[in-house]
Design a protein around this ligand. Structure first.
Ligand code: ADP
Ligand code: GLC
Length: 481
């Protein structure tokens, strides 16, 4: 079985968040199951520079306003197709925004161009890889099912995968013909979305199956709050929607072999974590104290992630322990945490920016990994935390609900608890959860049980990959019937 995966990011070549991790890891997990995946990405400079074994697949003289080529290539062990189009992707830095932090003004064309290339490959543009299924990740690939539908040619099956419903890709309806879509596409059962063209809407409307990255999020998005305008459509297509949890790449995230740590360890040598804690405290200008519970954060700084709530609950955290925060994003949050670090020397450490190495050290050195998200389609940092023996303290939403077992009396008695959950998601409940965590931390045998339960949890892609493979098979069988 052949699957073309279309996405705007892929680890380790270009990454702004978990989407890249998933798109980068899933092909390797599916290969042993007889599913051959190739990924189509935009030709960003960083990506083009990494390509090996480059071959020309297709060439266009006027492709969304300039010349373009589809290349096939490999890079970092990944089998890729790349849409090379300098006028659209020949820009340094972030894939979505300019240096001013604002969306590139031509994002509608940039990601329509990506989707058009996905549709062309779906229709057989590369004779040696004609996919049975095209999987479109998030809004950036959202028009793939639309092009395939309105072309009216023989087409592969389509799966739309939602990593985050908050980003929808909405653009002016005047662009319709520039996108190469027929007038009939601008309809409620097509790409029309509240008077605009909706890329994610198009994907949800026109794909054969919809997946999202956790079972709980798959349910939450049927309701107005998490559905963000798309809940009606998601209810209507309910039978086509399913939730499959993410995994993590257990080679990249392995405390026994992780080069970024001060000391490597596994579940049998968990005491070694103390060395990483001391190294982390030193790195983050925190007082080096083995006994204070150290709370870690590795996150985009955005409303979704609830870090304004953590800032409100900071007095509780400072009553009981220390904070090590690594994040980048909204300026206001960056300022608040910089100020908090300045005002609480030795107790709050804050590094702004994207730092792969420090992200690993936080997982290995923090006692607790905090994820107070308002919504979380899946979340990957809590999975890494489980594997590294940092106890996750999470909001009870989305994938956080599905991956962490709260240390309730019953779960502790049954010895299955792996972390702490709180709900509803607000600063009062977070405050209480931080205090509850500190009490658990003082109970050494219980704490160790939580850590070991986490470290023994299977967070790999093995099980999720089986679920994707089963979904692909079921889909192809249903279309053949
Ligand atoms: P999201 O995709 O919503 O940002 P996820 O938890 O799914 O959230 O994935 C985030 C990924 O990005 C994880 O691999 C995490 O380690 C990484 N990450 C987030 N912020 C940073 C940062 N500032 N530095 C390094 N890695 C980060
Ligand atoms: C999105 C979500 C996150 C998820 C990731 C990968 O960025 O915010 O919850 O883990 O995609 O699916």
């Amino acid at each position: 079985m052949r699957v073309l995966s279309v996405a705007s990011e892929i680890f380790p070549l270009i990454k702004t968040g978990g989407l890249a991790d998933v798109v980068g890891a899933l092909p390797g997990a599916l290969a042993p199951l007889g599913v051959e995946v190739r990924s189509l990405l935009p030709g960003y400079p960083a990506l083009l520079a990494a390509l090996k074994n480059v071959q020309l697949v297709a060439k266009y003289t006027n492709y969304f306003g300039g010349p373009a080529r589809i290349l096939s290539a490999t890079a970092s062990g990944l089998d890729l197709f790349v849409l090379e189009a300098k006028h659209l992707f020949g820009r340094p830095g972030n894939p979505y925004t300019g240096a001013d932090g604002k969306d590139w003004p031509d994002n509608a064309l940039r990601f329509a161009a990506l989707a058009r290339a996905g549709a062309n490959l779906g229709q057989g543009a590369a004779p040696d890889f004609v996919p049975d299924i095209v999987q479109a990740h998030d809004w950036q690939a959202g028009l793939v099912p639309a092009y395939l539908r309105y072309d009216n040619k023989r087409r592969p099956a389509t799966v739309a995968t939602v990593h985050n419903l908050a980003f929808q890709g909405q653009f002016d309806k005047a662009l319709l013909s520039a996108l190469g879509l027929p007038p009939m596409a601008f309809a409620i059962d097509g790409v029309e979305y509240y008077g605009t063209i909706g890329y994610l809407k198009a994907a949800l409307q026109l794909s054969d199956r919809i997946t999202t990255v956790s079972p709980t999020y798959a349910l939450e998005i049927r309701q107005s709050e998490a559905g963000m305008g798309l809940d009606g459509l998601l209810r209507a297509r309910g039978a086509a929607v399913s939730g499959i949890l993410n995994g993590v790449d257990t080679d990249v995230w392995n405390p026994a072999s992780d080069e970024y740590l001060a000391a490597r360890y596994d579940a049998r040598r968990i005491a070694v974590r103390a060395k990483n804690k001391a190294a982390l405290q030193a790195r983050m200008d925190l007082s080096v104290d083995p006994d204070l519970p150290l709370f870690g954060v590795v996150s985009r700084l955005s409303w979704q992630k609830g870090l304004d709530l953590l800032h409100e609950a900071l007095p509780a955290l400072l009553d009981v322990g220390q904070l090590a925060l690594l994040g980048a994003g909204e300026k206001l949050l960056e300022q608040k945490y910089t100020a908090a670090a300045r005002a609480n020397t030795g107790r709050v450490g804050c590094v702004l920016g994207y730092d792969e190495e420090l992200a690993h050290l936080i997982q290995a050195g923090a006692d607790v990994l905090l994820v107070p998200s308002r919504f979380e389609p899946c979340g990957l940092t809590q999975l890494c935390a489980l594997r590294y023996g940092a106890v996750p303290l999470v909001a009870r939403v989305g994938g956080l609900n599905d991956t962490i077992i709260d240390a309730s009396e019953m779960a502790l008695a049954a010895e299955v608890a792996t972390g702490i959950q709180f709900a509803p998601v607000n600063a009062v409940m977070l405050d209480a959860a931080i205090r509850r965590t500190a009490l658990l931390y003082r109970d050494k045998p219980t704490w160790k049980r939580l850590q070991l339960n986490g470290m023994r949890t299977d967070v790999s892609w093995a099980h999720p990959a089986q679920r994707y493979a089963a979904l692909y098979r079921e889909l192809l069988a249903s279309l053949a019937a």
